[in-house]
Design a protein around this ligand. Sequence first.
Ligand SMILES: NC(=O)c1ccc[n+]([C@@H]2O[C@H](COP(=O)([O-])OP(=O)(O)OC[C@H]3O[C@@H](n4cnc5c(N)ncnc54)[C@H](O)[C@@H]3O)[C@@H](O)[C@H]2O)c1
Ligand SMILES: N[C@H](CO)Cc1c[nH]c[nH+]1
Ligand SMILES: [Zn+2]
Length: 420
Amino acid sequence: MNIFEFPKKEQYAEILKRPTMSFDEVEQKVRPIILEVKEKGDEALIKFALEFDNILLDNFKVDISEIQNAKQLLDIELVEAIDQAFENIYTFHQAQLITENVVETMPGVKCWRKSVGIEKVGIYIPGGSAPLFSTVLMLGIPALIARCKQVVLCSPSNHPAIYYAAHKCGITDVFRIGGSQAIAAMAFGTASVPKVYKIFGPGNQYVTSAKQLVNQFGTAIDMPAGPSEVAVLADHRSNPVFIASDLLSQAEHGPDSQVILVADDLKVIQATISEIEIQLENLPRKDIAKLALENSKAILVENMEIAVDILNEYAAEHLILSVENPHEIADKIINAGSIFLGDYTPESCGDYASGTNHTLPTNGYARAYSGVSLDSFVKKITLQQISKEGIKNLGPIVEKMAEAEQLFAHKNAVTVRLES
Ligand SMILES: NC(=O)c1ccc[n+]([C@@H]2O[C@H](COP(=O)([O-])OP(=O)(O)OC[C@H]3O[C@@H](n4cnc5c(N)ncnc54)[C@H](O)[C@@H]3O)[C@@H](O)[C@H]2O)c1
Ligand SMILES: N[C@H](CO)Cc1c[nH]c[nH+]1
Ligand SMILES: [Zn+2]
C-alpha cells in the first residue's frame, strides 16, 4: 500500500484510479458470451458453465426439495445468524414503504402516485470465489416486500446457505448459472430460465459489464455494482487495529478490490500499514488480499477539509468515518454508497446484518447512483383526476401552452371539455 503525502488537487484523479479493466476491454470479452446465450440459449449456458466454472450440468434449475431442505445442512448457529440478519434487513427495508399523499395542485386538480412491485426480477448472487449468501437477503427481502411476482435467482454456487436464504425470501426459481452468461439468460430468457424485466446484484467485472450490456438491449438493471471497495477516514485518535481490519475486510473480496486510507496523521497511517501485515498472516484469503493491497493507497492530508474533498472525488462504495466527529464529516460527504460512523461501526456489519443494503455502486458510480433499496424493486405510477371545476382552472393554461407549441390537437382535448 503506497503512501501519498499531501497530494495536490490535480494529482487526485491519478492517485484515486480504480484497478479495474477498462469498460472496452471487459466488454470485448463479455459481448460474445451475451450474444451466444441470446442466440443459442441453454446450449450456450452448458458450454460456458464448463468453460468458466468447470461444471457439467444438464439441468440448471435447482430442485425445490434442495431449497426446502437446505436448512438441515447448516449449522444451527449459522441458521440463527441468518434468521436475525433477515429480521434486521426486513425491518430496515419495510420502513422504506411510504404512503403517497394525494396532492391538489390547483382546486379540482388532484395528482398522486402508487408503487407497484416490478413483476419479474432477476437477482444475481456472486459465487465465483465465495458463496455470498448474504446477497440473497439483500435482494430477496426488498423483492418480497415490494411483492414482485416472480424472482429468478442465478448463482454459480450451490452452497446450502444460498438456498436457505432463498427459501426464507420465498424464492423458488433458482438456477445454478454464473457470470455474464447468467445475466444474459435472465435478460433474454432461455428454455430453462425465465426472462425478467430488471436484473439486480453485484458481481465481478464480467457480471457488471454484462449487466451494462443487457441494459442496452432493454433490460433494466439496478446499477453497476462491481469489485468491492472501502475508504477509511482516520485521525490521530483512530485505532490502527480497527482500521487495518476494515481495510482487509474489503481487500479479501478479490484481487481487483481497492481500499483507501485517508488520514491527517502519518503515525496512524504507518501503524495501520504495520498492523495490516500482522493481520494478513492469519487470513485464509491473504493472497487475494495482498493483490488488492497492491492497488490500494494511503493518503496523508493537511486537514479534514482536504480529506472530505478527496473522499467526495473518490465516491467510495463504502466510507468509514473513524474520526472524532463523524456526524460533522458525514454531513459534508456528497458522494458515497454507504457511510459507517465512528469507531465501532465496521463495514462488515453492513455487509451482513445491521439492516442496510450491501448492494452498492462501485467504481465512482456513487456520484450518481444509490445503492439497492425497496425503491429499486418498485415502479412509481403517477395518477391524476381533474374535476369539472379543475378543468376550468387548469384548461386555459394548457390551451395557451399547447397553442404556443403548435400542437392544436392537444389544445382541443381541453377546449371540447371547457365548451361541454
Ligand atoms: N458492489 C457490491 O455491492 C458487491 C457486493 C458483493 C460482492 N461484490 C463483488 O462481487 C465480486 C464477486 O466475484 P466472484 O468472481 O467471486 O463471483 P461472481 O459470481 O461475480 O463471478 C463468477 C463468474 O465469473 C465468470 N468468469 C470467471 N472468469 C471469467 C472469464 N475469464 N471470462 C468470462 N467470465 C468469467 C464465471 O462464469 C463465474 O461463474 C467481487 O468482485 C466482489 O467484490 C460487490
Ligand atoms: N462487501 C460486499 C459489498 O461490496 C458485500 C459482502 C457480502 N459478503 C461480504 N461482503
Ligand atoms: Zn464485504
